[in-house]
Design a protein around this ligand. Structure first.
Ligand code: CA
Length: 233
């Protein structure tokens, strides 16, 4: 049975983006655009997890969480604005399961949703379509998405968050060429405003940690298009 995620977010663009990504991952989606509606839907019993923005009209996210926790232990992931450390602390103290700082990479939010659901009782682990998304492999390269670990030939490879996310997108789309733009959106978030060659930089970092160390050629460059990881590489 599909896992239902309630998105409480007043910013239409972000709400829509989250909805599409979650639907793509096989989740059912409910939406609310203010705190009051969010609280009602969170209490309705129709959702399995709540993605709750902090800055909301009518009731803010912390107030929604506070009221919700009086009679519900539904998993909640808070969305806070950048660098609002106090928000994070208040969110976790208030009974949130996790938090994400905006702007965030959607892959990270999806990973955290899976992790929270796993901690809370093992639902939604393989995605609603039944594929095991926790282990990604090509050749001797293995990524454990749940544990956030990467190994090559059994030896652990330590990656930064964005290196991990980049590698994950390529592994999830094995044998498919992914454009720099798509990688940028998936790794850095849909509203990333920084350098566009950042993906090339992360690919270089990954190669220095994998290809150079193990004398292999894992990530293929497709000139003028983007990057690809092939099965036989
Ligand atoms: Ca908001």
């Amino acid at each position: 049975m599909a896992v239902t995620v309630l998105i409480v977010e007043d910013e239409e663009k972000i709400g829509r983006f989250l909805e599409l990504e979650l639907l793509h991952e096989g989740y059912e989606v409910l939406k609310a655009v203010n705190g009051r509606e969010g609280l009602e839907k969170a209490q309705s019993g129709r959702a399995d997890l709540v993605v709750l923005d902090v800055m909301l009209p009518e009731l803010n996210g912390f107030e929604v969480l506070r009221r919700l926790r009086k009679n519900s232990d539904i998993p909640v992931i808070m969305l806070t604005a950048r660098d609002e450390v106090m928000d994070k602390v208040a969110g976790l103290d208030g009974g949130a399961d996790d938090y994400m700082t905006k702007p965030f990479a959607i892959e990270e939010l999806l990973a955290r949703i899976r992790l929270v659901l796993k901690k809370r009782g093992g639902v939604g682990m393989a995605g609603a379509d039944g594929r095991d998304k926790n282990q990604l492999k090509v050749g001797k390269l293995c990524m454990d998405v749940q544990r956030y670990e990467v190994s090559y030939d059994g030896k652990q490879v330590v990656l930064t968050h964005r290196e991990f996310e980049l590698l994950k997108v390529l592994l999830e789309n094995k044998n498919i060429v992914i454009s720099r733009d798509t990688l940028l959106e998936k790794v850095c978030g849909y509203d990333y405003m920084g350098e566009t060659n950042i993906i090339d930089v992360y690919v270089r970092y990954l190669r220095s940690k994998l290809d150079d160390v193990y004398q292999v050629k894992i990530i293929q460059t497709v000139r003028g298009v983007g990057y690809c990881i092939k099965d036989e590489s």
